[in-house]
Design a protein around this ligand. Structure first.
Ligand SMILES: Nc1ncnc2c1ncn2[C@@H]1O[C@H](COP(=O)(O)OP(=O)(O)OP(=O)(O)O)[C@@H](O)[C@H]1O
Ligand SMILES: [Mg+2]
Length: 512
């Protein structure tokens, strides 16, 4: 508006300077402009009055975005019965999500916007108020809602999209919950029930969780279940696998970098995992592999609950729940000075030890069948069944790779066998890869026969012939491994004819 006023003054001066005497035309122009100025002022006044009249709400703020005036209806919408009571308050204290401060700061109008309120969203317009020097001295906001019916197609489309977004988010959260809930954790042994009890408790609390357990015991699954059952379930669960990222990139991965902080790929800047996990959970997998320098930085962030992305002076407040996991012996790493004791104590508030599979034999059958059912679906096979003696073989093994190894073993057995029934004989050749031992060997079982066959006593009896074949298979597999897979060399080393060894390899189904 002001530039027009300025223009009109310039025109008049120009006319005067050009003709010393007042020309009748000039008098007419001046009168006309004065009249126009009057009309314009009236127009502004009536515009304000009509907007205020038709508007669901009007608010005026000063240059500090404090409320100067608000109409009764609008104040009431935000729970203030007396509109005068809010005068002088910051606009955000009265109208949550208000953007009047942006208008005051930037001096630019926001002509059409949707303001979310705790009832329906409303359509608003916000205009700066300028003084004669063009300085922004405040702003005025109107709610354009019921009376401006012209907006309704736009608004109903927005409402529809918003409803769709809400329902998509809900179903996404449901899928997430279903996928990672405690119910997907298999195991009813006393040890598994205890882990689930502790994890459910951890889900209700806010402190960091430390999951300790051998590889493949289900630590990651547990971290998902804890997040999914926590109050943060609708916010993201962000995972950093510390062991999988080179030390030099870990800091960037955690805290991100401002654009230009790095050359090359990072020129654009990167949001760190801490920031991505805002409001949710950050799962630090293989925390035992974290370099000492970064341990110190992590500890500081956990204590101060804020950090600065690399190359920035922006401070990010963190609201992140930490779940850390490792298969390493963390107390031993602390004792060796490879893991900071202070960080260990900070993380070790709720410690859950996930027991290895060999300590929860009662789970093996359910676990194996759950894996087989999934494999049956994936491979399109019919129902897959384990013979009783096959189950005994599974229970007799130490499973150093735990559930993951069990799954891999069953997968190979299913892929490479023709039958839908898996018996001990076909299973045994896939167990162990020479890494694990049978439990009875590992424990020095007194029932071991002198030749080390380790006849299974309980449960159920293994037949002598089967046990001998098992032993022979393992014995020959080991001999072949030591000989680097060369049959002739292996035969010579164990004092067996080469042809006999070949026959036994075929008969026992040994992979060479
Ligand atoms: N209780 C369980 N019920 C069902 N599946 C499980 C269970 N525990 C583990 N698994 C399965 O075993 C595999 C290994 O689990 P997960 O990756 O969670 O182990 P981890 O302890 O994180 O292992 P690592 O230390 O090697 O990372 C996954 O496929 C997982 O789905
Ligand atoms: Mg893991």
């Amino acid at each position: 508006m002001r530039p027009e006023t300025g223009n009109s003054v310039t025109v008049t001066n120009h006319v005067r300077a050009a003709t010393k005497e007042k020309h009748p035309m000039e008098i007419e122009t001046t009168a006309l402009l004065a009249d126009y100025d009057h009309v314009r002022k009236l127009a502004m006044q009536s515009l304000f009055q009509s907007l205020d009249k038709f508007s669901e709400g009007t608010v005026i703020v000063d240059r500090n975005a404090r409320v100067v005036w608000i109409n009764r209806d609008y104040a009431a919408r935000f729970g203030f019965n007396d509109p005068t009571a809010v005068i002088g308050l910051d606009c955000e204290a009265v109208i949550p999500n208000s953007m009047m401060r942006d208008v005051v700061k930037g001096g630019e109008p926001i002509l059409l916007d949707i303001l979310e309120t705790d009832r329906d969203p409303i359509v608003v317009t916000r205009l700066p108020i300028k003084d004669d020097n063009g300085e922004t001295i405040g702003a005025v906001g109107f709610v354009l809602f019921n009376e401006l019916k012209g907006l309704s197609p736009l608004f109903s489309q927005y409402a529809r999209l918003r409803a769709e977004l809400i329902s998509t988010r809900q179903s996404l959260a449901q899928v997430r919950r279903a996928k990672y809930s405690f119910s997907s954790l298999i195991g009813t042994s006393a040890a598994s029930l205890e882990v689930k009890r502790q994890a459910r408790r951890a889900a209700r609390l806010a402190s960091p969780v430390l999951l300790l357990g051998e590889t493949g015991t289900g630590k990651e699954l547990l971290a998902h279940a804890i997040h999914g059952a926590s109050g943060r379930a609708d916010a993201p669960l962000v995972t950093v696998n510390v062991a999988a990222i080179p030390d030099t990139l870990l800091e960037l991965e955690f805290f991100g970098a401002e654009a230009g902080a790095y050359t090359g790929a990072e020129r654009k800047g990167r949001i760190g995992k801490f920031e991505l996990a805002q409001g949710g959970t950050l799962f630090l997998d293989e925390i035992g592999d974290m370099p000492l320098a970064l341990q110190g930085k992590l500890l500081r962030v956990l204590q101060e609950q804020e950090f600065e992305p690399l190359g920035s002076n922006r401070i990010v407040r963190t609201d992140v729940r930490i779940i850390a996991a490792t298969s390493a012996d963390l107390p031993a790493l602390v004792a060796q000075g490879r893991f900071r004791a202070d960080l260990y104590y900070r993380l070790n508030v709720l410690m859950i030890r996930v027991p290895p599979l060999r300590e929860r034999l009662a789970d093996i059958e359910a676990m194996a069948y759950s894996i087989l059912d999934k494999l049956a679906v994936e491979s399109g096979a019919g129902h897959l069944e384990l013979d009783k003696d096959a189950l005994a073989v599974l229970c007799a093994y130490t499973w150093p790779g735990n559930v993951r190894e069990l799954r891999n073993t069953l997968e190979r057995a299913v892929l490479l066998s023709d039958s839908e029934r898996i018996d001990a004989r076909s299973l045994a050749r896939f167990i162990g890869d020479g890494r694990g031992q049978r439990r009875d060997e590992a424990e020095g079982d007194p029932h071991d026969t002198p030749d080390g066959a380790g006849v299974q006593q309980d449960p159920p009896y293994q037949q002598y012939g089967e046990a001998m074949r098992d032993y022979e298979r393992r014995f020959l597999t080991e001999a072949l491994r030591v000989a680097g897979g060369q049959v002739t060399k292996a035969a010579a080393q164990i004092g067996m004819a080469r042809a006999t060894l070949y026959r036994r390899i075929v008969a026992l189904g040994i992979d060479v």
